[in-house]
Design a protein around this ligand. Structure first.
Ligand SMILES: Nc1ncnc2c1ncn2[C@@H]1O[C@H](COP(=O)(O)OP(=O)(O)OP(=O)(O)O)[C@@H](O)[C@H]1O
Ligand SMILES: [Mg+2]
Length: 772
């Protein structure tokens, strides 16, 4: 352990080895907060704390896995296994499996994901005969989610005139009824949504003191990462569990609080000292992640926020390159710039793809980047789009599995009752739902008694329904003996699902088929890792729980060496050598929807701070002059955040695809100044410009000199290459030299190529043949 403790600086060591009592580490990005948590857990174990008595809550399951791996390196595999570590949702889902019966939930309760919840709300709104343009499912869902995260139960809602008035003002006076129906239907279906996992845990710990005492005793040491983004519900759970022993260590950075829009409460971090007695407050100031330029840039940005704790962040790392800002014409150009820059940096510094990340404000921005990366054959992965487990074909298979385990699961049943098609129409399903609601029974119970009840369904259809029940029954019987993999394989075959996904034999169908196969592989892996579980049924339940809580960030699928594409929200806590932040435009970032109040704008700024501080070596910011938004091409202005970075940390790149040979244009915009000298004191707003004419090479050009194969072409080109020369490049074809700039190893040429238009190349690396 000594050896490991020496890998911490003094400031980090103190919270790591304070064994007991409440403590908070407030520190800026990259200062080692997560490292402190990791080493602290290992330290506690080395001091004789039983691994069963430690609970660590992280922001993603991936972070938990990595932390566990690191701890296993220090203390050994066996002990690390017993640690309770994961996101709030996954940890408390596990506890609810054991304890949910106190609240009337079966241990095999289903977890409804957002899609399931919204579908259920959609049908409730329809059944109540409400206008779906006013009662928009998504908004209703968000509203209910915020009640739950603030522990406002239906009962509390009905007593809360403020909330009710807000809903009436939003022309939704029947929110209370919807909320009630939704809670009832989830309960009847034996289902909890994401927010219930926290809300019900709170209910459990409040209503059942014995249960609370049991878990207080179990979790004698509690650690929370990214504490600044806990919501009220999470805060109360941590408080309750740590109340007895008060061995609570939370780490966070108020400057990185970016989930207020989802109910995160920055006051949790600000008030921590009031919640416990004798809190030790630790501060870390040295950043180990980033260069001086990046740390300086990030510090200068966050300075603009009024609401913040005073913090110092400095680094002993090298100066590094300045934060590079580039302006492009369109999002297509932006994508191409990012792709070629990644490509060049990769080649120049011999780096793996996984050293690069592209971050954006909204998911829809990924498409242009993807297109460009694909053209360059750069492998990439999008995180946080539709997660693997949310794809239709995967949800169809898992719906069968959910139904086998929990026949009350209404959303699963509705999903598969007529998939693959077995002649059971929507009207029949609607009648079943009405009957189930009328009898206070589940739909499956109605199906089991279809002959005994009075329901307007013809005999032919009744027979089909009975066949469906028999089918599910047979799967349940199989589940008694077979493992999850055998069962799933059998389900996909015997229902005809596997045939259905690729019945057209199209490439898309093949992808769906591959996905189902991938799911089977995942289940097999899971089953093989679960052999110690004697009860086959358990392995299926556990697998489904992992599936429901899986975010795309957690899955490690496919080629591990890829460029990561994700929203900034997803990137919290992560680090990459090279980070490209795209779409740095007003109304996009900061988002038009978050500029109404100072606090919203400050949250956007914190988001930018998070984005910048992901970079270790180099950060690029790009913005475009026009962008398609809501189907229209609009003029875009550079984000105010670019201006907010202190000039000394920024370098403005000459826009690569700008028609520099047009003197009107340079005069118009830059006067006599080189664009690279421009600082963004005022946003530069311009109209759409024409691209340079496509280069067509004159005939009869022949090579007059060839670039050497060494990495140093400087001498060759320093004197030989001149403006007006024709050259040839292996990939871009022939081109005309428009401009030469720089000295020695930094000589660059701007060349208008046949393929891809104007490019700026560092001659040291460009393999060019001069033609004459
Ligand atoms: N004392 C140290 N010596 C060397 N490297 C360190 C030290 N402390 C932290 N690091 C490294 O610095 C990087 C940032 O650390 P870490 O991720 O723990 O910071 P953080 O404060 O959790 O950042 P964030 O706020 O972004 O979550 C990591 O790569 C970590 O391994
Ligand atoms: Mg961290």
């Amino acid at each position: 352990m000594e050896k490991y403790l020496s890998q911490l600086n003094e400031a980090q060591l103190a919270p790591t080895i304070q064994k007991d009592g409440p403590m908070i580490v407030i520190a800026g990005a990259g200062s080692g907060k997560t490292r402190v948590l990791t080493y602290r857990i290992a330290y506690l174990m080395s001091q004789g704390v039983d691994s069963f008595n430690i609970l660590a809550l992280t922001f993603t399951n991936k972070a938990a896995k990595e932390m566990k791996g690191r701890i296993a390196d220090i203390v050994g595999d066996g002990e690390a296994k017993n640690l309770w570590m994961g996101t709030f949702h996954s940890v408390f889902a596990k506890i609810l499996r054991f304890e949910g019966h106190h609240l009337g939930f079966p241990s095999n309760f289903t977890i409804y994901d957002t899609q399931d919840s919204q579908k259920l709300l959609g049908s409730i709104i329809k059944e109540m005969g409400l206008d779906k343009d006013i009662y928009k499912t998504k908004q209703v869902y968000n509203r209910i989610s915020s009640y739950k995260n603030n522990l406002v139960t239906v009962k509390a809602y009905l007593k809360n005139s403020e909330l009710k008035e807000a809903d009436i003002a939003a022309r939704r006076p029947r929110m209370g009824e919807i909320y009630q129906n939704y809670v009832d239907r989830c309960f009847k279906a034996g289902a909890m949504d994401f927010d219930d996992l926290l809300l019900r845990t709170n209910e459990l710990l409040t209503r059942f003191p014995n249960v609370l005492a049991q878990y207080q005793n179990k979790f004698r040491y509690i650690l929370v990462d990214e504490y600044q983004d806990t919501n009220h519900s999470q805060y109360l759970i941590v408080r309750a569990l740590s109340d007895r022993f008060q061995n609570i260590c939370v780490v966070g950075d108020d400057a990185q609080s970016i989930y207020a829009f989802r109910g995160a409460n920055i006051n949790n971090i600000l008030n921590f000292q009031k919640d416990y007695d004798d809190v030790n407050v630790y501060r870390l100031e040295q950043n180990y992640r980033s260069t001086k330029n990046i740390v300086g840039a990030a510090n200068s940005v966050i300075e603009h926020n009024k609401t913040k704790l005073d913090k110092i962040v400095w680094t002993a790392n090298t100066e590094g390159e300045k934060v590079k800002v580039n302006r492009l014409m369109t999002d297509g150009d932006e994508g191409r710039f990012v792709a070629s820059s990644i490509f060049e940096n990769k080649m120049q510094h011999q780096l793996p793809n996984s050293d690069f990340a592209v971050l954006y404000r909204t998911n829809s921005q990924s498409r242009a980047i993807e297109d460009a990366l694909r053209k360059r054959d750069v492998p990439y992965r999008i995180y946080g789009g539709l997660s693997f487990y949310q794809r239709k074909e995967i949800k169809d298979v898992t719906a069968y599995l959910r139904l086998i385990l929990n026949p009350a699961d209404e959303e699963a049943l509705k999903r598969v009752i007529n998939y693959p098609a077995r002649g059971i129409g929507q009207t029949t399903v609607d009648r079943l739902v009405v009957a189930a609601n009328g009898f206070g029974r589940t739909i499956f119970e109605v199906l089991q008694n279809i002959d005994k009840i009075d329901i307007n369904i013809n005999n032919g259809t009744k027979n089909k329904l009975k066949d469906f029940v028999t089918l599910i029954d047979s799967f349940q019987v199989m589940n008694q003996t077979a493992n999850a993999f055998e069962l799933t394989e059998h389900v996909t075959k015997s229902t005809g699902l596997i045939r259905e996904v690729n019945k057209e034999g199209t490439p898309e169908g093949q992808v769906r088929l591959d996905n189902v196969e991938e799911l089977l592989n995942a289940i097999k892996d899971f089953v093989e890792g679960q052999i110690e579980l004697a009860d086959a049924g358990d392995s299926l339940a556990e697998f489904l729980e992992d599936v429901a809580l899986a975010t795309d960030l957690d899955a490690d699928k496919g080629n591990p060496d890829h460029v990561a594409l994700m929203t900034i929200h997803m990137a919290k806590g992560l680090e990459f050598s090279y980070v490209y932040i795209v779409g740095m435009e007003e109304d996009l970032f900061p988002s038009a929807m978050s500029m109404n109040t100072r606090s919203e704008l400050e949250e956007e700024r914190r988001l930018f701070y998070v984005a910048l501080t992901r970079a270790e070596k180099q950060a690029y910011l790009t913005y475009t002059l026009s962008r398609y938004r809501w189907g229209k091409l609009i003029d875009a202005e550079p984000s105010r955040f670019i201006e907010e970075i202190d000039d000394q940390f920024v370098e403005v790149l000459t826009p690569i695809n700008e028609p520099r040979q047009n003197p009107m244009l340079s005069a118009d915009i830059f006067g006599d100044i080189e664009p690279s000298q421009i600082r963004f004191k005022k946003p530069i707003k311009r109209k759409k410009e024409a691209k340079p004419a496509k280069f067509v090479a004159p005939k009869n050009l022949k090579p007059v000199s060839k670039s050497s194969n060494t990495n140093d072409n400087t001498n060759l080109f320093d004197d030989k290459l001149a403006v007006g020369n024709f050259v040839e490049h292996a990939r871009f074809g022939k081109g005309e030299v428009l401009k030469i700039e720089g000295k020695g190893p930094d000589v660059k040429a701007e060349i208008n190529f046949e393929v891809g238009g104007v490019k700026k190349l560092l001659l040291r690396f460009a393999k060019l043949d001069v033609l004459g």
